[in-house]
Each structure stands twice: as C-alpha cells, then as structure tokens.
Design a protein around this ligand. Structure first.
Ligand code: PGA
Ligand code: ZN
Length: 428
C-alpha cells in the first residue's frame, strides 16, 4: 500500500481563460501526480455544482478560491493516510465528505480534480497505466471519436442554433485511421468554407463557427466535406448532432431554432428530416432536459437505429439513466465526470448503461485544459466512444494524442469502433 501524504491545490487557467482547479497529490514515498478540472458552458440544471467564488473583484466572479481551499483543508484532512490505489474508496470518501446530491459543499470541480489526481497517483503506485488502473474488471476499449466540425449556439456566437455538427469515422479500421479520416474531413471543410468566402475561425471546441444561421446548411456542408475528403458518407464517416435543445427553449414546450419558433413535435420532425436526408447516426439532446415524454416520442420517431444521446437529460446520473431506460427516452448516455463529481461514479454510469443495454459516450467539456486523464477514463470505461471536440486546439489534442499513444502501446486494448453506428449511406 502507498499512502496519500498530502494534497495541494491552486488555480490554473482553462481553454476559455477561466480559472479552474489543479490538484497535486503527494504520496508517502515522495512521488506525486496532478490533475485539472474541466468546465462546461452548456450545462444542464441537474449537474453537480461547479464551485465558483462569485466575487466580482476576482476573475469576474469565476474564481475558485473556495474550491481550492476545500481541497487543501477538508479533503486533504479526510484523504491523508488512505491507500491511493483504492480509487473507489477514495471517491466514496469524497462523496460522503460532501454529503449532498449536487456536491455543493466541496464543489464538483474540487472533487473531480482530486479524484483524477488520486487515480493518476494510484496508477503510479501500481506501476501501470492510468487506463488499466481505472479499468479494474472492465474490458477496456480504444474509443471511436465523435469529432466536432461546426459549432454554434453557446460554443460559437452568432452562428447556427444547434450546438454541434460532428463527424464519426464509423468505418475506420483503427484509431490512427479514424484520426486521419476526420483530419481529412476537417481540412476539406476548411476548403469549402474558404471557397464560399466564409470564415474559418473556430469555436470553443475547435470546430469551425457555422457559416450561417442555418443548422441544416452546416449539416449539408459537413456531408459535402466528407465527400470532398474522399470518404463515403454514412458507411465510412457519419454525422452526429448535439442539438443542446435545453438552451433553445423559448417558452414551455417551444424552441427557437435558427430563428423559427417550433413546438416539440415540429422539433422532432425537423430532426427526423435531417436524419432522413443526411448520414446522421447520432442525435444528442434533441429536446429540453426535463421533457421525458417528448424524448420518448423522439426515440419512437427516430427509431432504434439512431443513437439518441442524453447529456442535459441524464447529467451522468444513474437514477435519470434508469428513468430514461424505463420510458424508452434515450438509448445512450453522455458521461461527463464533472457532471457527477468523481471518476468512479462516472464509470458506474457507463457500467449501468451497459447493464441496461444502452450505450455510453465519454465526453470532455467545452472548457478544458492540457490534462489528458479523460482519454484514459474513456478507454477504461469500455464505452467504445469518446467526444472531445475537434482536431484543433491543444486542450482537445492532448486527449486525442494520448489515445493514439495508448492505441500504439504494446498492451493496447481492442478498437471499439468496429461495427457500431454503421448505417447504409444516404443516397444523395
Ligand atoms: P459543455 O457542452 O461542456 O459546454 O456543457 C458540451 C456538450 O453539450 O456536450
Ligand atoms: Zn451536449
């Protein structure tokens, strides 16, 4: 056993110039490991709380002095002396110390950074890689990436209503090919934008700002980019959408999509139309975070072939996942560790999805750092899919490049991208 000797924390800056929590855990043998917390912008109201100071004189209220202090004092006092290799016990101690559903005592940003730093130190103490340490009895997989191509809504101002148009290299034989294919598509999209005289400036996750207010135009352009890059739409590279509809709500049961006010049934029909006309295989948050009935209708209309992903709907919470399963309201959960608080809880949500016959996609946040623990978490979960953003901006590439290194290691786990999300190409 290697005991935790000390925990320290401080603020560093994230990819949006906002402070976030960095934690360093030092072991009794003198070795140490660090981790940093990610941060969302398009957050669901059922997410755990990200603790911010709210002091307008300090980082415009976004300071994390309180979260840092929680790590240095309450959390350090509780974890000191614990065996660092027992991740689930460490995470349970954090959850019990906080004692709330929404992690409002310690803050989920403090908790997730401590959880990840301890995981990394635990792997170090066992002399194994982080993904293997976290995997335990699970069957790890190299995940198929869901890669941001065009951004709108809260991640790129002034553009389309839906948040992301993404590409998934569903036909790639391995991760290096998958990354090369999406890189081809990314550059083809840049060429298409330049030919139209449109901007190639990128949004928070490295995807291009959508060229117009029309979400459908961005989906059409993504399909053209796949063709231009020499890949077959649907069978080699498919499209995923994150509608992030919670943030489009105009009034109860009504959405403002690209300047048009739509009722729930019209939202569903609009999205179903995109699925019919374009190689869309995955749709995230098509409706608002508490519209369980609407989601069940959307699931029926889109059918089981379409991956229907709950992000704001499920908020990485087992009870909400179970409710979705019983209502047939989604077939896949987006797993964001800071939406719940600890890595063990995030893994437990992916495990529960599997036992319910549902899928899981392990996801980054729009605010990220150079820290790459998410890549190991995704591999360890065996979820088989990851969503990190685009193939630009180094806080995104830290994760992709870590995945490439894992996939090229001598003991690399199997590729998770075989045969999932394949659909007959849409005729064009
Ligand atoms: P967020 O968005 O990290 O800004 O919350 C990501 C998503 O909606 O998937
Ligand atoms: Zn989302």
């Amino acid at each position: 056993m290697t005991a935790i000797d000390a925990l320290d924390a401080d603020w560093v800056l994230d990819s949006r110039a906002i402070p976030t929590v960095e934690v360093v855990v030092t072991l009794a043998d003198g070795r140490s490991a660090f981790a940093q917390a990610p941060s969302g912008a398009s957050t669901g109201s059922h997410e755990s709380l990200e603790r911010r100071d709210g002091d307008p004189e300090h980082f415009r209220g976004k300071g994390v002095r309180g979260a840092v202090s929680a790590v240095r004092h309450q959390i350090a006092d509780r974890l000191r002396g614990m065996d660092v290799s027992t991740q689930e016990e460490i995470d349970r101690a954090l959850v019990e110390l906080d004692g709330t559903e929404d992690r409002s005592v310690l803050g989920a940003n403090a908790m997730v950074a401590v959880s990840a730093a301890c995981a990394r130190a635990g792997a170090l103490s066992r002399g194994i890689s982080l993904w293997r340490h976290l995997a335990g009895d699970r069957s790890p997989l190299i995940p198929l990436p869901m890669v941001n191509l065009f951004s709108g809504s809260l991640h790129a101002s002034g553009g389309m209503g839906i948040q992301d148009v993404l590409v998934i290299p569903v036909g790639a034989p391995d991760l290096p090919a998958a990354m090369e294919w999406v890189d081809d598509v990314y550059h083809a999209a840049a060429d298409l934008l330049r030919e139209r005289g449109a901007s190639t400036l990128v949004g928070d996750e490295g995807g291009f700002g959508a060229p117009s207010r029309s979400s459908e135009e961005a989906i059409d352009l993504a399909t053209q980019a796949i063709v231009r890059a020499g890949h077959r739409p649907g069978s080699q590279v498919a499209i995923a959408l994150d509608v992030a509809a919670t943030h489009l709500v105009a009034s109860e049961g009504c959405y403002d999509l690209d300047g048009e006010v739509l009722e729930t049934s019209q939202m569903i029909e609009t999205i179903a139309g995109w699925v019919d006309r374009y190689p869309v295989v995955s749709v995230e948050d098509p409706l608002a975070e508490d519209d369980w009935e609407g989601w069940a209708l959307a699931a029926q209309r889109l059918g089981p072939e379409v991956q229907l992903v709950g992000d704001d709907l499920l908020c990485t919470r087992v009870p909400r996942l179970e409710r979705a399963a019983s209502l047939g309201a989604a077939n896949t959960v987006l797993v964001k560790a800071n939406q719940i608080g600890t890595l063990s809880e995030a893994l437990a949500v992916a495990d529960r999805a599997r036992s319910l016959g549902m899928g899981a996609v392990v996801s980054a946040r729009s605010g990220e750092t150079e820290d790459d623990w998410l890549a190991d978490l995704a591999v360890a979960s065996g979820a088989g899919q990851i969503k990190v953003g685009s193939v630009a901006r180094s806080e995104r590439l830290a994760k992709y490049n870590r995945l490439l290194r894992i996939s090229r290691s001598a003991d690399a786990p199997a590729w998770g991208g075989t045969g999932v999300l394949l659909r007959t190409p849409v005729p064009r």
